[in-house]
Write a protein that binds this ligand. Structure first.
Ligand code: GLN
Length: 199
């Protein structure tokens, strides 16, 4: 099976490790530069993107990660991970890692709405078409997506209806929600498929 790393500086790392194993990958924690070079794909978990930026610099991983993304390493970013992958973040001067041609708004669902859940149609995941439970926790959304970005899913209900919350560009996948919470491994399976296709 492919070896997929989970950036393990901060955030909901164990949930992603389990979801990746359930999806047929060998999942490993990544904290060091050498570990970054030994994976076939990488997950950037949810957490706090500003803290992750600080830790990526402190652990000397930021440049290596940027280089790998530019070299085409498959990367899946969830929530804070989506913020890391965005080329533009509303209110920020520059990207953290970048690579995906999107503008992302952090904490976009509003301060009053710490978290929000809904069922999404997920034709992009194939299979039996069962709805996907989307859990948004102080989640970002994609405010603008470039031409080469494939929009996968939009918010279905509530005041944020229509906002883009899952997208793909080449080997990069991003979701504003947390599929690793709730035991549905389909998004991770789709990512493992991207890693296999790339290998
Ligand atoms: N609000 C966080 C950020 O912008 C993301 C929250 C999450 O990952 N659950 O970094």
């Amino acid at each position: 099976p492919p070896t997929i790393g989970v950036l393990a500086l901060q955030g909901d790392v164990p949930e992603h490790l389990s979801a990746l194993e359930a999806a047929g990958a060998r999942a490993v924690r990544v904290r060091r530069h050498a570990e970054l070079g030994a994976v076939d794909g990488l997950v950037l978990p949810g957490g706090e993107s500003t803290t992750m930026r600080t830790l990526l610099s402190a652990f000397d991983l930021l440049d290596g990660l940027r280089d790998l993304v530019r070299a085409g390493l498959p990367v899946y970013g969830s929530c804070a991970g989506m913020v890391l992958l965005a080329d533009r973040v509303v209110g920020a001067d520059d990207a953290i890692v970048g690579g995906m041609d999107v503008t992302v708004r952090r904490n976009a669902f509003g301060r009053q709405v710490d978290s929000f859940e809904e069922d999404l149609d997920a034709p992009w995941l194939g299979g039996d078409g069962a709805p996907l439970r989307a859990v948004y926790i102080r989640a970002p959304w994609v405010e603008e997506a470039g031409e080469d970005v494939e929009v996968l899913t939009r918010v279905r209900s509530g005041p944020a209806a229509g906002r883009i919350v899952a997208a793909r560009q080449g080997a990069l996948l991003a979701t504003a929600f947390h599929p690793e919470i709730g035991g549905d491994a389909r998004v991770h399976r789709a990512f493992v498929g991207m890693v296999r296709a790339h290998a």
